[in-house]
Write a protein that binds this ligand. Structure first.
Ligand SMILES: *Cc1c(COP(=O)(O)O)cnc(C)c1O
Length: 379
């Protein structure tokens, strides 16, 4: 007799569809018979500069230790983070990417009786981890594509255990200022935990900088998560972390896998925190690339959502899926976000100037060929 394994899976998992990552370069190369180096990927908000030389040196030096388990406490990385951000090492929880930390938080604090609040168009991992543990996700309608924090505070009930806020948000790039975040935290009851996901905070500059860590003392129910995958350029190594009260970190530590961050990742992340020059260049390349894409969209008459991250969502209309295909055929990978409920938008990561140019030219060609096809049909 055949067994329906689907029915054996726990309820939350039965209805789950897996996270859809950006298409890997090698996959498109195989599909199109192209050389990988002829393809550009602007689909996963990776740092276009490549890794910092300091990270590369640290990884090479760490190679001899591959036979040993990593430092499960991440002593040196926590030291470096604690100096940089003015917190105690006991407030830091390391993860295999911040994705891991987000999942650990959810497993520690929510169960099938709980509600977890997040925004429409927010990062896909929040509903995913919520559903996987069988909790009830409460998706609050967005305002101008951003988090409607008042509505999110209103959505908190007796059953709410967690609220996720991405600031800046992915895939929309929307951001709230410090005052707005504080006003929101004021409205959240002390027994509800707020996860402030700051995966893109390194791209915020000057007056626009919002720093969740500075709010931890006043709001002990706050957990700030950050990552080395974006501005720090280490997406492949999988390192992220949270900063919270030591009490919360202690709880997260019980569920965290003992060796969730490997030696190469620990070494590279520690080393890159010393490379202020790399961070500066990353910000610079991003700010210039953002202007380049905004100008091109305006020139083409396309609406876009102003973004505080290292990516931008552009409205290409109802033919977005076709345009995405036409971009892929030209060796350009961007991110369709229909899965986020935004079927008319494509999310494009900011690349190097020449990558941005190539994307802009390919997009113009795709729009042209669709327009020509339309006219052809009409005639
Ligand atoms: C990319 C991203 C993350 C997580 O990335 P990791 O590589 O797992 O650290 C978390 N939150 C948001 C909003 C992101 O865009």
């Amino acid at each position: 007799m055949s067994i329906d394994y689907q029915s054996l899976a726990v309820k939350g998992v039965q209805a789950l569809s897996p996270y859809q990552p950006g298409k890997p370069i090698d996959e498109l190369a195989r599909e199109l018979g192209l050389r990988p180096d002829s393809i550009i990927k602007l689909a996963s908000n990776e740092n276009p500069l490549g890794p910092s030389p300091k990270a590369l040196t640290a990884v090479r030096e760490a190679l001899d230790e591959l036979c040993r388990y990593p430092d499960g406490n991440g002593f040196e990385l926590k030291q470096a983070l604690s100096v940089r951000y003015g917190v105690m090492p006991a407030q830091i929880t390391l993860g295999n990417g911040s994705n891991d930390v987000l999942e650990v938080i959810t497993r520690c604090f929510a169960d099938p009786a709980s509600e977890v609040v997040f925004s429409q168009y927010a990062f896909a991992v929040y509903p995913l981890v919520t559903q996987a543990i069988g909790a009830t996700g409460v998706s609050v309608p967005a305002r101008d594509y951003g988090h409607d924090l008042d509505a999110m505070a209103d959505a908190v009930t007796d059953r709410t255990k967690l609220v996720f806020v991405a600031n800046p948000n992915n895939p929309t790039g929307t951001v709230h200022g410090a005052g707005v975040i504080e006003a929101f935290l004021e409205r959240i009851p002390a027994h509800v935990l707020v996860v402030l996901d700051e995966a893109y905070c390194e791209y915020l500059q000057g007056d626009g900088y919002v720093d969740g860590v500075s709010l931890l003392e006043r709001y002990p129910n706050l957990i700030v998560t950050r990552t080395f995958s974006k501005a720090w350029g280490l997406a492949s190594l999988r390192v992220g972390y949270s900063i919270s009260s030591p009490e919360i970190a202690n709880i997260l530590n019980r569920v965290r896998q003992p060796f969730n961050v490997d030696t190469l990742a620990l070494s590279a992340a520690t080393a890159v925190l010393d490379d202020e020059d790399y961070l500066q260049r990353s910000r610079q390349v991003n700010a210039e690339g953002m202007k380049q894409l905004e100008a091109a969209f305006e020139h083409m008459g396309l609406d876009y959502i102003p973004s505080a991250g290292n990516f931008i969502a552009v409205d290409v209309g109802e033919r977005a899926a076709d345009i995405n295909q036409l971009l892929l055929q030209q060796g350009v990978i961007v991110r369709p976000i229909a899965g986020y409920g935004m079927p008319g938008h494509l999310r494009v990561s900011i690349g190097l100037p020449e990558e941005n140019d190539r994307f802009i030219e390919s997009l113009a060609r795709a729009l042209d060929s669709l327009a020509t096809a339309e006219t052809g049909k009409g005639a």
